[in-house]
Design a protein around this ligand. Structure first.
Ligand SMILES: Nc1ncnc2c1ncn2[C@@H]1O[C@H](COP(=O)(O)OP(=O)(O)OP(=O)(O)O)[C@@H](O)[C@H]1O
Ligand SMILES: [Mg+2]
Length: 252
């Protein structure tokens, strides 16, 4: 990663979809957002409020109807390996080993030779050592989630888009992978956008929590989490942050 001040700015974003009866379903409306290099921002909001839609826009997989979305001052016009997306369902290649799944992107873009050391580095970082030769059907769900993250990290992204990557996991595995994500953030200092429904996860990982309203999603609160790492999940400060976020999520 080239060390510079990467930043992502969204201003007045609107994304609407046409429904079958011809009406417009507005997923995101007037959404403003800003994040700079090294920041971990959690996006929290009710189901259907446009969180995944926003990550897709940042990934360049979709375009807004209106508003501006820029990365380092230039409009986002399409996908870029610099902005890596980890989907909720780990989409591993079943016919490839863990090692080859992690190496896939490098091979696809012809940079495997000079970066092959990164494959083992990411495998080690995500706690997958010893399973290099295993196939996806031979590993657990938690390990598959780790492979999906390693697969994205190996491309050395400046922006990491995590769409509920840990939601299918048990609390213990989730806690272990959360620490692996934190270690990765300290090492690579990417921009991280983390969509989660888990308020504890948001407070544990994020520098800032952005709360979205029910659809059409728009920002209703922005809560800084300025607690030092590693965070103590049962400290009074931690619990106070959880309450603050819960309060912001009461929409009635
Ligand atoms: N390609 C699409 N075509 C039509 N409607 C869509 C499309 N993608 C998303 N939507 C709609 O936009 C709204 C926002 O969807 P999105 O997936 O962004 O929500 P979300 O906040 O990620 O929800 P969840 O927390 O359940 O994952 C939903 O009502 C969804 O039905
Ligand atoms: Mg979603």
């Amino acid at each position: 990663m080239v060390v510079s001040n990467h930043h992502l700015i969204a201003q007045g974003i609107k994304r609407a979809f046409k429904t079958d009866d011809g009406t417009e379903l507005v997923a995101l409306s007037d959404f403003d957002f800003e994040v700079k290099q090294g920041e971990v921002v959690a996006l929290i909001g009710p189901s259907g409020c446009g969180k995944s839609t926003f990550l897709r826009l940042v990934a360049g997989l979709d375009t807004p109807q209106s508003g501006e979305l820029t990365y380092n001052g230039s409009p986002i016009t399409g996908p870029d390996p610099n902005r890596g997306f980890v989907f909720q369902q780990a989409n591993l290649y079943p016919w490839l080993t863990v090692e080859k799944n992690v190496a896939f992107g490098l091979k696809a873009n012809g940079t495997y030779k000079e970066n092959r050391h990164r494959v083992q580095e990411m495998i080690d970082l995500m706690g997958l050592a010893g399973f290099e030769k295993s196939y996806p059907h031979q590993i657990s769900g938690g390990m598959a989630a780790r492979v999906a993250i390693a697969q994205t990290l190996v491309m050395d992204p400046d922006v990491l888009l995590l769409d509920e990557p840990l939601s299918a996991l048990d609390a213990f595995t989730r806690a272990v992978i959360q620490d692996e994500i934190l270690a990765m953030c300290v090492k690579f200092k990417p921009i991280v956008l983390l969509v989660t429904h888990d308020i504890e996860e948001a407070v544990y990982l994020a520098d800032r929590v952005v709360v979205l309203s029910p659809r059409p999603g728009t920002k209703v609160a922005e809560i800084p989490v300025d607690l030092p790492h590693p965070r103590d999940r049962i400290s009074s400060e931690f619990i106070a942050k959880r309450h603050e976020i819960l309060d912001a999520l009461r929409f009635e």
